[in-house]
Design a protein around this ligand. Structure first.
Ligand code: HEC
Length: 148
């Protein structure tokens, strides 16, 4: 008889010790409060206000490729005839040191407006602002870089 009591007592004790009840499980719930500081995921570029469209790519091929090259490498058919080599739009090391604003002004008002060579022409009488913004987005796509 005694053994049976010990056995039953043991099982009950185990139930208490292993915490099979609901309360301990509830205590393990993650805190409902959000972390005080939410850190944005690194290197995830924000969606661009002026996305690249087929029209952007066509504009680049039509107006920019003769100097900057069809793939943006700065090796267009006109490049050897320029005193300053056209910028390689696929190279991040320079372009990430420039803001989008700088690239916009360079395209809109020409190289001189940003302290660069005048053989980068001004496009303000040819291209509207939205097109120029989308060209900036396209250059960011080519260099796979953002302003640091
Ligand atoms: C006649 C040749 C020529 C054409 C056409 C041309 N570029 Fe350029 N571009 C240049 C040269 C040369 C530079 C380099 C200027 C320097 O390094 O001083 C340059 C530089 C740039 C730069 C970088 C400015 C900087 O800080 O160095 C951007 C951005 C740019 N071009 C965009 C464009 C876009 C977009 C088009 C087409 C709408 C275009 N370019 C058409 C010659 C050209």
């Amino acid at each position: 008889m005694n053994r049976v009591f010990i056995l039953i007592g043991g099982i009950t004790l185990m139930g208490i010790l292993t915490g099979c009840g609901q309360e301990p499980a509830e205590q393990k719930k993650p805190p409902t409060e959000p972390p005080a500081v939410s850190i944005p995921p690194a290197q995830s570029p924000a969606p661009r206000a002026h996305p690249v469209t087929q029209e952007t790519r066509d504009t680049y091929q039509f107006y920019c490729a003769q100097c900057h090259g069809t793939a943006g490498h700065g090796n267009g058919i006109n490049a050897p005839h320029l005193t300053v080599p056209p910028r390689d739009h696929t190279k991040a090391d320079y372009l990430e040191t420039r803001t989008d604003e700088h690239l916009f002004i360079a395209i809109q008002q020409g190289g001189l407006a940003v302290g660069r060579a005048p053989c980068m022409p001004s496009w303000q009488h040819t291209l509207d602002e939205n097109t120029i913004h989308s060209l900036v987005s396209y250059i960011r796509e080519l260099c796979q870089c953002q302003a640091l």
